[in-house]
Design a protein around this ligand. Structure first.
Ligand code: SME
Length: 159
């Protein structure tokens, strides 16, 4: 259960190393995708105090807002638009240290300053993106990319 998360360790990497097995356990017996994505978003936000954590699901030709934790967000994003749309289009993770310097960034909230977006790929097709935002510059690095990619791979076959 999310309220039973036990978080040991001080560094961000140690926190991910503690959190990921707990997320694995959390989703292992639950087949519902929305329920699992909702708990993953909550677990990440609870652990790291990120400003916004959520999923966008690919539905036809758009990304549509899925389970998230944080402020109200844009509901639909077109292919190639913003950081999420670019990560979808390019099938690769994008780290943006300062969103003000990213052409075409979609400002759902003025408080979001940096972000990382990880595509969730099943059978070569992007099914969703995991979007994590920080209210500080340079909020994300290769450690976040490594473990958030591990998380994305953990659920990609559920899509
Ligand atoms: N930052 C995203 C839009 C979604 S929100 O930040 C929740 C983007 O530019 O793709």
């Amino acid at each position: 259960m999310a309220d039973e998360l036990i978080l040991e360790g001080e560094t961000r990497e140690e926190k991910y190393q503690t959190l990921i097995p707990q997320i694995k356990a959390l989703i292992s017996d639950e087949p519902d995708l929305v329920a699992n994505c909702a708990n993953i978003a909550a677990a990440l936000r609870q652990t790291f105090d990120f400003f916004w954590v959520g999923f966008y699901f690919v539905k036809e030709d758009e990304l549509v807002l899925g389970p998230f934790q944080g402020d109200i967000a844009c509901t639909r994003i077109a292919l190639g638009r913003g950081v999420c749309g670019k990560a979808w289009q390019n099938k690769e993770t994008i780290i943006v240290p300062d969103v003000n310097a990213f052409p075409g960034h979609i400002a759902c909230s003025a408080a979001s300053v940096s972000e990382i977006v990880i595509p969730i790929i099943n059978k070569g097709v992007v099914r969703s993106v995991l979007d994590v935002d920080s209210d500080k510059k340079d909020g994300f690095n290769a450690i976040d990319q490594k473990y958030l990619t591990e998380l994305a791979e953990l659920i990609s076959d559920r899509f």
